[in-house]
Structures are given as C-alpha cells and as structure tokens.
Design a protein around this ligand. Sequence first.
Ligand code: WQD
Length: 337
Amino acid sequence: MSKVLVTGGCGYIGSHTIIDLINNGYNVVSLDNGSNSSLTTVDLIEEITGVKVINHNVDLCNRDGVARVFAQEGDIDTIIHFAALKAVGDSVAEPLVYFRNNVTGLINLLEVADQHEVKSFIFSSSCTVYGNAEKIPVTEDTPWQEAVSPYGRTKQIGEQIIKDFLPVSKMNAVMLRYFNPAGAHESIKIGEAPSNKAQNLVPVITETAIGKRDEMYVFGTDYATRDGSCVRDYIHVMDLADAHTRAMKFLHKQDENSQLEVFNLGIGEGVTVLEAINAFEKVSNTKLNYKVGPRRDGDVEAIYANNKKANEILGWNPQRGIEDIMSTAWEWEKNRG
Ligand code: WQD
C-alpha cells in the first residue's frame, strides 16, 4: 500500500487533497509547520473521513527535521509537495522570505526523498510561471515570460530544479500548474483559511460580505479585457484535489525512472474580477461593498488554461464553475465564524 507524504497537508489545497486520497484508499501522512495553516485541520479531516492523519510539525528549511520525518515514517513512496508561500502581493514585498521558503524547502525535500527511495513526486506549480502570456489560453508548451512576481519566479525555479534533478534521481515527477484555486469542501468543515491576512479575491469577497472587512477594492478596471478587470481561471479546490489523486495514479503506472510530465489545472475558461463579484452577489443574494482602486503590482492582465492534456492523459474533467466556487466559499465563510 502506498504511503503518501503530503507537505502543506494542513493548508488549503493540501487538506482537500488528503480527503480525496483517503476516499481513494491511500495511506497519508502530513508535514506542515503551520506557518500559514491551522495544525488542527487534521482533526477536521478526521471528522470528514473518519481517518486520523498524523501531521509532522516540521519546517522544510530544517533539513535534519525533514530527514527525521522520513526515518520515522520509513516507507514513504510518494510525495505531494504543496508547502510554499503563495501570495503574489506578499512576495513582491518580501522576496527573500519567498526564495528561502519555497526554493530551499524544495531542495531539502528532494534531497531527502531521493535518499529514501521515494519513487513519485508531485510538485505544486502555478500558472504564474507563464507570466503575462502572449497567447491565451495557455498550453503546457506556452513559452514562459519573465515572472511578474517573486512568487511566480520561485515556481519557475522550482520547475527547473526538478527538471535538472530528475535525471540523476530515482524518481518520476509530475508538475501541476494550478490556476486560481477557490471554493470549499461540500461538508463546509474545511475551506480557505489562511492564518495570514487573506489576499486572494474569493476570501476577500466573502470576508467583505460577512463584515470582517469594511470594504474591498477591485485592483484596476483599466485593463484591455472585456470589462476592464483582470481575467483568471478559477478552479474549485475539490476538482484540484481529484487531479492530484489522478496524477499520482498516473505516476504509479510509470515503470521507468526520471519520467516528467506537466499539466495545467484550470477549467479552461476566463472569468473577470467583476464577473466573479457578480457571481457571488447572485449566489449569496447580497450586494458587495467594493470600490475600484489602482492596479496591484505583480498582477497579470489575463490568463486561463487549455486543460486538454490533463483531460486526455489523466482523465481529469473538472465539474465545478464560478457559482459553485462562490456558493461553497460563502457557506464556509458563514460557518467558520
Ligand atoms: C485574482 C484577481 C487581483 C484581491 C493566484 C494565487 C497564486 C497562484 C495564481 C496558484 C487579480 C484581483 C484580488 C482583491 C482584487 N495560484 N483582486 N481585489 O494574484 O491571480 O494569484 O493565482 O498557485 O498562488 O494567489 O490571485 O486571488 O490574489 O487575484 O481585485 O482584494 O483578483 O487583482 O486580478 P492571483 P488573487
């Protein structure tokens, strides 16, 4: 039976993926230092699945700590690596924090994993690797532009590190480029709950609607898009979770070493900020208090996925749209108190 180590397992996408892995019969352990998550999330996972998941409270920048986890757990054969800082705006303000955490953490993990004969490695990458792509929707072969934020650059560097390391390792790897993850598990027991101030659009919308924020800003309506606001590909976190389990099954079928595949994980359509707000107002039957403000540093004007490759090779077919995202995110916000 595979033992899967999920780094960032107490975080947003990590916790939802653990639920999908458990529902598919996998044996899962988590590694998370709680820097942007609540370590009690494993209790909520147990409430939802009935399965107790052990979390190792270790910082990936502490190489010895990482080695101790592998020594304790013994038979980890698959890693799904989520643990990273991911706020575009924060990364512009604190680049060195982002490089140390996202790049050093990855190097330590790869080194220890290969020493412990890990066979399958899934890397949480991001559509930010494309930068301001010249042609959208983007495919996995779309040439990268200059990353527009240190966050995006750490994902570009991360992908290059894996590409260079794999041929001299005993591992196979998949790199999953998420578009904009959002929404919450249907049980409404878990959802997006960053311990730092929410920066992403959907939690900012729900926090404004419930009154945790007096108002919110739309960062620019002077872009060359259909309504002037930025275009993104919002993907429900449970569709993302499903893609990880499928990617792992795909890796487990590989009988060579050093196989590397990359997949775009978006629903394949673009939604503007104003359209996302309208979708929220529709499903919540509330009027959102927002103002139009200046553009935000690090934002790309428009991006959404061509997700044909994940559909054809992984059999991945995302089911949920922006209204599902907004309704589950709103229920989660009302439930989390
Ligand atoms: C979306 C749009 C903002 C807040 C995300 C993840 C990142 C990566 C890529 C996975 C932008 C606008 C936002 C607000 C606003 N995904 N906005 N007012 O920057 O696309 O990055 O996707 O790895 O990890 O963070 O997401 O939700 O911050 O912004 O107008 O208060 O909403 O300008 O156009 P972003 P976001």
